[in-house]
Design a protein around this ligand. Sequence first.
Ligand code: ZN
Length: 131
Amino acid sequence: MGRLFLIELEGRIYSCRLCQSHLGIADDIISKAFHSRNSRAYLFDRVVNVTVGEQEDRMMMTGLHTVVDIFCVGCGLPVGWKYEFAYEEDQKYKEGKFILERNQLAGPNVNAFPFVEAFGLVGIPEPVDDA
Ligand SMILES: [Zn+2]
């Protein structure tokens, strides 16, 4: 398997709860009023570091949609789905948008120490006191 090049986000970041790969930022949330079977869910304008599964038609509370499940590229955790097509006229705004399930997310955390995450270290480095 090749080396993974993960995209790093800036801002208030939601990450995969298992491997901490960045998935989306708070500024890209369109709505927090969504639900999945297991969890509250947020509608995002865009997400990063995900792969997509097979396209399928799924009946939801708001009607029939064509969706693909999305998975964390770091660890394979199912994190939500993407709306490819909405059959109901008033649901068209969701096309091309992403759902992330709240219970699969860590955060939001402000990305103040990106190098810590990049090297997989745990915690924040001790400040060096030269006095
Ligand atoms: Zn992950």
